[in-house]
Design a protein around this ligand. Sequence first.
Ligand code: ADP
Length: 626
Amino acid sequence: MSRRALRLTLALVILLGLALVIWPATRIARDQALERLQEEADDELRLSVAGLRGHLSRHEYLPQLLASREPVQRFLGAPEAHRAQAINELLDGFRAIAEVSDVYLLDRHADTLAASNWHRPDTFIGQNYTFRSYYQDAIAGREGRFYGLGVQSRERGYYFSAPVWLPGDETGPAGVMVVKVLLDAQESAWTEQQAELLVVDGQGIVFMASEPALRLAALHPLSATERRRLLATRRYADEPLPPSGLRRLEPRGEHGDLVTFDRGPLGGQAFLRQVSPVAELGWEMHILKPLTPVQAAQWQAALLAGGLYGILVLGAGVGWQRQRLRRQREHFAERERQTLARARDELERNVARRTHDLVETNRRLSDEIEERKRAEATLRQTQNELIQAAKLAMLGQLAAGINHELNQPLAAVRSYAENARAFLARQQAERADANLAEIVELTGRMAEISAQLKQFSRKSGEQLTSVSMSDCFGYALRLYRARLDQDGVTVERRWPEAPVWVRADLVRLEQVLVNLIGNALQAMAQTPSPRLILGIDTQDDEVRIEVADNGPGIPAANLSRIFEPFFTTKSLGTGLGLGLSISSRIIADLGGRLQAETLPEGGARFTIRLPRDRSPEPPESHAPQE
Ligand code: ADP
C-alpha cells in the first residue's frame, strides 16, 4: 500500500472512530437530558394541574352558598312579587367579591331571572339555558359542572351550578344558581413558564393553551361525525376547531412523547410532551418542553467526546511518533555501534600490524645492536692491534736510538773490561776496579733502557687508576732522555708542586704523552734551538695537559686531518700516521679531549683535557720502576 493510501485510510479510520465515539455519547447525553427534562416536565405539570384544580375548586362551593341564601330563595319562590334588581345587585356583589366572571339565577325552566351582568347589553337575563348540562344536572338535584364557550360572550368559561331548593317544597329544585369562571387569568400565568401548557378535553379539543393560536384547536383532526356530535352539544358554539398540526415523533415512556408542529407559531419546533389526566374535570393537561437543553446537552457531549477523542488520537499520535523516534534512535545507535566496532577492528588490525612491524624493527634493531656490539668489539680489538702496531712502529723508530744507546755503553763496557784486564795484568787493582765500577754503572743504564722497551710493548690492562700527571710526564720523558740530550732540546716543565691526579689507564696515557713528545721532537729536528714545553694546569674539575714545541707548527690545511688514521707528512719508514689517531681515541676513552693548534709565535701545541680525580687512591708502584 502506498504512503498516500495509508494516510487516507488512517484519516478515514480516525473519522470513523470520531463518529463511533460521538454517536453513543450524544445518544447517552440525549437520553439523560430527556430523562431530566421529563422529570422537570412532570414536576411542572403536577404543579400546573394543582394550580388549575385549585383555581377551579376555589369556586365550586359558590353556587351552593348562593343557593342557600334566603333572599335568593324568597325571590325564586315568587319572582313576580319581588324586585329582580335587588337579586341582580346581590349577585353582582358576590361576583366582585369572589372574583368570578358571572353569577346568574335560572328558574326551573332554565330561564335567566337574575344575573350579575344585568347592566350589560349582552346580559344573560331572559336567556334560556335548557341545553346546558349544568342546568340539566342541577335541576335533577345534583351539582353541575360544564365548560365551553359562552353563548353571549363567546368567552371560554367554566361553569358551576347548584339547585336552589325552596324550604318545604319537595317537588324539586325551584331554580339553578350558576357561577361562571373565566380561565384567561390561569392561561396568562402559564406564559411565564418555560414550556407550553395545553388543557385538552375528552374530545381532543384544546380548551386552554399558553399559546393563543392553539386555543380551540383540535389536537388531532376531527372526523365529520365527531364534528357533528360536538356541534350538537353547542359547547364550542360554531367555532371552526382547526387541527393543531401536532405530530408525534417518538413515544417516551407511559405519559410522554416527542412531538412537533407542522404549522402555526410552534411549527417546526420539537417538544417533549408529558400528559397528566385531570380526571374530575374530564380533561388532560399537556406540557410541552422545548428540546433546547437536550440539544445543548447533545452538543456538549459531542464536543466533550470529540475533544477527548481528539486528545486520545493526539496522544496516540504522539506516542506513535515517540515510538518511531525511539526506533530511529535505536537504529542509529546500532549503526553507530557497528561503525565503532568496525573502526575498533580496523584499529586493532592496525595496532597488530604496527606491533608486528615494531617487533620486527625491534628484532632488526636488536640484531643491529648485536652487530654493532660485535663490530665494536672487533674495532676495539683492531684498535688494540693498531696501538700495538703503532707501538711496534714506535719501537722501529726507537730501534735506531736504542741501538745507539746500547751499542755505545756496550763499546764502553768492552773498552772498560779490556782496560781492567790490562790493569789487572799490570797488578794495578785499584785502576782495574775503577774500570769495573764504570762497567757496573753502564750495565745498570742498559738494564734501564731494556726495561723501558718492555714497558712500551706491554698491552693495556684497561684498569683505571689514580694517575699523577707529573709522574706520567716523568716516565714518558725517561724514554727520550738520550735523544733529548743528543738533540739539545730544552724541556720546560710547567706544573704545580702538588701532584695533579686524573683517573686513567697509566700505560695508555703514558703512551699518548710518548706519542706527542715523539712528534714534537721529530718536528723540531731542523729547529736551531729546540724547546719542548710540558704543562699541567687545573681548572675546576678539569685537568689540562699541554705538549708544545717551537717547531714549524701544523699547516692550517692539515689541522683538520692530523687525527685521521694513516695521515702522515713523514717519509716512509719514519711515520705510519697512526700516533695521533690512536692518542685521540685513548683520550676520548678516558672521557677527555685531544686538540691541536699552531701557536702564533710558531710551533705546535697539543692540549689534553681530562676529568680531575679529587679523591685519588694510593698509586700503585709504577711498572717501569720495577
Ligand atoms: P706520524 O707521526 O707517524 O706521521 P702522527 O699521527 O703521529 O703520525 O702525526 C701525523 C702528522 O701530524 C705528522 O705527519 C705531522 O705532519 C703532524 N704533526 C704531529 N705532531 C706535530 C708537531 N709537533 N709539529 C708539526 N707537525 C706535527
